[in-house]
Ligand binder design. Sequence first.
Ligand code: NAP
Length: 366
Amino acid sequence: MGARVVLFGATGYTGARTAEAMVGRGLQPVLAGRDADRLAALAQRLGGLEVAVAQVTDEESVAALVGRGDVLVSTVGPFATLGTPAVAAAVRAGAVYLDSTGEPPFIRAVHERWGPDAERSGAALLTAFGNDYVPGVLAGALALRAAGDGADRVDVGYFISGLGKGQPFSRGTLRSLAGIGTQQLYAWRDGALHTEPAGARMRTFDVAGRPRPGVTIGASEQFALPRIAPGLRTVDVYLGWFGRASAAVHAGARLAPLLSRVPARAVAATADLLTRRVRTAPAADALAGARSHFVAEVFDVTGTLLARTRLTAPEPYAITADLLAWGAQRAAEQGVHGTEALDAVTAFGLDDLVAGAAEAGIVEST
Ligand SMILES: NC(=O)c1ccc[n+]([C@@H]2O[C@H](COP(=O)([O-])OP(=O)(O)OC[C@H]3O[C@@H](n4cnc5c(N)ncnc54)[C@H](OP(=O)(O)O)[C@@H]3O)[C@@H](O)[C@H]2O)c1
């Protein structure tokens, strides 16, 4: 018997896929969300699960979802506007918390704003426990282990290949992306976290035999990898989803100081409006043949490459659902190492994370 697992956001696209992955692993999560009828229908489809109604605008209803030692998984996003009540509830209860965010300002807030409170209450916070940004943390940790002493810089790249026709993102992802483009993000430079816009740097990686460009983004690696290798002076994470448009994103980074003055709520309202007609789910054809690729390269202080790790995996939504389900089950049955804001390697140990990631189809490639 493990701890109770509560999945908040279960009726969303990512939430429903996570619920299915949890049930597939033998878990019986409590399905939580704001719509009682849709929760009941999903619970019935998945074999008869407990449900709980909670609404982000009523913080007490979210707090009531979770007790000490429970595992709370949240897929309620955009996290910039909807994510805080679930973190606050987990911190208050002393629970283990995992979420599906990919939003850098939210990740930063979990580490800097909520981490110290979590340490005091005995909660463990695992933010961005999906495609964003577990595989890069894992690849980075493996490359650091292979590099041995002398690591000074790590570059991580995220790529996708084989996308078919149609909308490749869920509506939830598009709404969350809109918020990121206008925010000041962060980088790990000279051994400290610095604020800088998305796309401030650009470089090319060799991915499946082809040169592919990527632009920088704030992620989990800037928090995780310096904890794993305290001597690291630089950590950069590159997003390679923009293809040839990467140069335009890189150039657009100069507008970030201006755009970041637009209040987050105004950005969220505009994104809501613009994406109203977008389908909730990505097109099945777009994702069917897609592969994810992750690269981590470790350099010494002279810029010499010490080690490179490549991982390959299925499409991002499959990885996210499977990682969240694995992480929730591991946390419920065996607990996690530590309290406060953790990263996947610290929470589970590198070798166990390698095994868990492999269950999600994330494996080393040449
Ligand atoms: N890290 C990654 O790699 C990754 C992968 C996948 C998704 N994501 C992120 O995960 C988030 C969810 O994505 P999605 O595709 O599942 O989006 P979605 O289908 O729009 O789901 C959003 C969920 O939030 C719920 N919600 C919205 N407002 C709420 C409120 N006031 N109170 C309670 N619940 C509320 C929705 O409830 P209803 O069902 O009642 O509308 C729904 O369950 C997004 O931020 C996305 O960017 C990240």
